[in-house]
Write a protein that binds this ligand. Sequence first.
Ligand SMILES: [Zn+2]
Length: 172
Amino acid sequence: MSTGFAGPHPATQSSNSNCKLISLARRIMNAITTFTTIEMTEKIRKSDEEWRAQLTPEQYRITRQKGTEPAFTGKYATSNEPGLYRCVCCGNALFDSDDKFESGTGWPSFTRPVTADSVETETDSSFFMKRTEVHCSRCDAHLGHVFDDGPAPTGLRYCINSASLEKTDKPE
Ligand SMILES: [Zn+2]
């Protein structure tokens, strides 16, 4: 008389092939995630020589060597013309003139970047100060610093060097 328990249990077999399927699906999902992450954070990387050739000495000093222009000397320090401010190095859209305000500091000041991922920040401990450095998310160009003494709606003040920016017309 058969017990009905001879050979591999059907349920075990099916669970094995389910496992394989899940592991395959996981591998595909991982590949997609990796691909998307690379796509979104793809950086522009150039050698020092290439940046030097492309930029003016002042733009190079500020964006590639984390320099700061003297207050009230930059071309956008007190400008209130409408426009979209792009990275002078790579053209990435960074700030909108709608978010620009007169801070009285002598540097172009904005309450926020044009999108959350236009810029990245990093702690800067140079000159015996603890500040938050702001750079272009696409090419790492140094832009300036962000402080938490700005006006509404964000309370932030993105204090940016004119030399790191190029103002263009807003897209229609
Ligand atoms: Zn850039």
